[in-house]
Design a protein around this ligand. Structure first.
Ligand SMILES: [Zn+2]
Ligand SMILES: [Zn+2]
Length: 276
């Protein structure tokens, strides 16, 4: 019982979910979190999904409140364990399946949040003028000024049709263009360094959410996070440099563009191209 029996499921699900992405259901995620917390109060030994399920089963039978019962009922239905089975048995089946089902939508949501903040405060360097981050920098003696990895320069260098202004001698004489010259991908590639930095950032939200709320182990959490981050970098490098007519990213620099190159004409990449 428990997650170990579904060990091969995560990878398949990672690929499926990262590709399909999501209009993701945070509501059931938070509902599950609330229940997991309220049920764990009754016992200090927090172990695998089975134990959590048994405890929640107890809550269901005890009938603490009508709202808890409603959430349990909804989760039972979501997990697919329907029918007239006793409540504790139904949830025993549903909860491990449910937390695996929530893992990828949740990861997708956390990655989107991380991307939003990275794009705004790092890549567009709003950090440099944001009162909160400047106060933080002062307190912890961090750098007051950051240069967002060439991202703003890359925006400036790009025509509406995604071609680059590298054919324009005036542009190429500008400081922004010159700052991109030492990068063969001109700020468009996801290098291993950037992938690593993004993964580290993700730990701040992923560890509390996955271990504290969804009750995954540390190893399981990392085992879900790393393939997701890799997948994200693979998609990015397959699409972005090529979109601007720049060379493929080799394995020595970042997640290789060639991995997903066979899919570059699929509906998914065409969809990404349109929204990006
Ligand atoms: Zn931008
Ligand atoms: Zn671009």
């Amino acid at each position: 019982m428990g997650p170990s029996s579904t060990r091969s499921a995560p990878l398949v699900a990672v690929v499926a979910s990262v590709l399909v992405g999501g209009s993701m259901a945070f509501a059931p995620h938070y509902a599950a979190g609330v229940s997991a917390f309220s049920s764990s109060r009754s016992s200090s030994n927090v172990v695998g999904g089975g134990a959590v399920a048994r405890r929640i089963g107890g809550v269901g039978v005890g009938g603490i409140s009508s709202s808890t019962t409603t959430r349990n009922g909804r989760r039972r239905a979501a997990g697919g364990a329907v029918g007239a089975a006793p409540v504790s048995m139904g949830l025993g089946v549903a909860l491990p399946a449910l937390k695996w089902a929530l893992a990828l939508p949740t990861m997708y949501g956390l990655m989107s949040v991380n991307e939003y903040f990275t794009h705004r405060y790092y890549q567009h360097a709003e950090y440099n003028k944001d009162k909160f981050f400047q106060a933080l920098a002062k307190t912890f003696n961090l750098p007051r000024r950051i240069r967002g990895g060439g991202h703003v320069e890359h925006h400036a260098e790009t025509y509406d049709d995604m071609l680059l202004k590298t054919d324009d001698p005036n542009w190429m004489r500008s400081p922004a263009a010159k700052s991109l010259n030492d990068d063969p991908w001109r700020g468009t590639a996801f290098t291993w360094k950037v992938t690593g930095q993004m993964t580290l950032q993700m730990l701040f939200t992923t560890l509390p959410t996955f271990m504290g709320v969804l009750r995954f182990s540390f190893a399981q959490t990392i085992g879900i996070l790393l393939p997701c981050m890799l997948m994200h970098a693979l998609v990015w490098n397959a699409l972005h440099p090529g979109m601007h007519g720049l060379p493929d990213v080799p394995l020595s620099v970042g997640a290789p563009s060639s991995t997903l190159a066979p899919f570059i004409n699929s509906w998914y990449f065409r969809y990404l191209y349109q929204v990006s």
